[in-house]
Write a protein that binds this ligand. Structure first.
Ligand code: NAD
Length: 381
């Protein structure tokens, strides 16, 4: 079978779902690899590099979609791309099934199989295919780099001949995958790093990475915002008040705030309010990684960088992984390649779409003319 990757069509998207390295690995599974000419350019992969890896460079997107049996891409397909799907084809990409009814209906009508990468169950066996985590890791890292780029001082403290420089103080709100990556990057740059999460079980992880966990003045047995599967639930009003009071206390001291707080299937909770932004020093920087879902910060403008009247920069970019397209393409392409390994048990270049497999079933959103989303809960944890 042929597996092909088109150039991303979403404006500004620099990632690509196949790299020369992943093409080599896919060929070992028995597939012939196709890549649209220029698809890897923005991520630093030339047509020549793909050709050297044994992939065939195809001139147009239309020809690639026509020839490929399996199409791998990063962003959910646009309406024109969806139109290329047929009953013989399998699409593997992010698909946003919960809010992409139109796309799912179109794929169902075409009879195509669609594997949505954000639906890979978060069980140990599937970690190697967990593209949400790969991308969140990059977003967390890049958030710190972006903060540094907008901050006028060092992260680390220094004693120089020209004077003593205090270390920057960084607060990370939300210690999931992105938050932990941000903590690791911030501490390794030498900033004094604080972190808060509603799930108290992450305190140990935060501390093991060299940051200080921010505790609230709240009864310990009530300080638990955990829901099932390691996700957060909505905080009680009392807990929220205690959290906001603590943030109010910290705001004047923090040089950089990175917010990553999310609750599944909801808008991002507003946690860094206007008065906190106003209490920050001029030159301070906020990176709101929750901007895509409405933002954790009052004043965030999605996809923009603004500077408030009191001189605080608020960054609401939603494309941090794409801003590190070489790295994110490599990790995403590796996630896809692992998915393909599981879909090709015989390594014979033939897809075996085993709906009895928890991971494959969990991620499949349309199959043989049916919508198979949402999936049943996984049997294995
Ligand atoms: P997420 O993106 O849903 O949320 C980010 C963080 O925000 C979470 O840690 C959440 O607790 C926190 N948060 C929510 N409301 C908050 C508030 N009011 N104040 C402060 N923080 C708040 O999370 P994620 O990165 O997807 O990770 C969720 C969980 O899944 C974690 O426990 C993670 O370890 C786990 N996980 C498991 C696997 C695996 O087993 N394969 C893979 C990835 C993640």
């Amino acid at each position: 079978m042929k597996i092909g990757t088109p150039k991303e069509t979403f404006r500004g998207e620099s990632r690509v779902a196949m790299t020369p390295d992943s093409a080599l690995q896919l060929q070992k599974l028995g597939y012939k690899c196709l890549i649209q000419s220029g698809a890897g350019k923005a991520a630093g992969f030339s047509d020549d590099a793909y050709e050297a890896a044994g992939a065939e460079v195809v001139k147009t997107a239309a020809s690639l979609w026509k020839q490929a049996d399996i199409i791998t891409k990063v962003r959910q397909p646009d309406s024109k791309e969806i139109g290329h799907l047929t009953a013989e084809k399998t699409l593997i990409s992010f698909f946003n099934p919960a809010s992409n009814t139109e796309g799912m209906e179109a794929a169902k009508t075409a009879g195509a199989a669609v594997i949505a990468m954000e639906m890979v169950p978060r069980i140990s066996r599937a970690q190697k295919m967990d593209a949400l985590s790969s991308m969140a890791n990059i977003a967390g890292y890049r958030a710190v780099i972006e903060a540094g780029n907008n901050f006028g001082r060092f992260f680390t403290g220094q004693i120089t001949a020209a004077g003593k420089v205090p270390p920057a103080k960084v607060l990370i709100v939300g210690a999931g995958v992105a938050g932990l990556a941000a903590i690791g990057t911030s501490t390794s740059l030498g900033a004094v790093t604080y972190a808060f999460d509603v799930r108290p079980e992450v305190a140990e992880q935060v501390e093991s990475m060299g940051a200080e966990f921010v505790y609230l003045d709240f009864e310990e047995d009530q300080q638990d915002g955990s829901a099932t599967g390691g996700y957060a639930s909505v905080s009680s009003p009392e807990f929220r008040e205690a959290q906001l009071a603590k943030f109010r206390e910290l705001a004047p001291e923090m040089d950089i705030v990175i917010t990553t707080a999310l609750i599944p299937n909801r808008d991002a909770p507003k946690l860094w309010l206007e008065d906190m932004v106003q209490a920050m020093k001029p030159g301070s920087v906020i990176i709101d990684l929750a901007a895509e879902r409405g933002g954790n910060v009052e004043g965030t403008v999605k996809d923009e960088k603004i500077v408030t009247e009191n001189g605080v920069t608020i960054v609401g970019y939603t494309d941090f992984p794409s801003r590190m397209a070489t790295q994110s393409s490599s990790l995403f392409a590796t996630n896809i390649r692992h998915m393909m390994t599981d879909l090709t048990p015989e390594k014979d270049g033939q897809i075996a779409h085993n709906m009895e497999d928890d991971v494959i079933r969990g991620a499949t959103v349309t199959y043989k003319g049916e919508i198979t989303f949402p999936p049943p809960p996984p049997k294995v944890q």
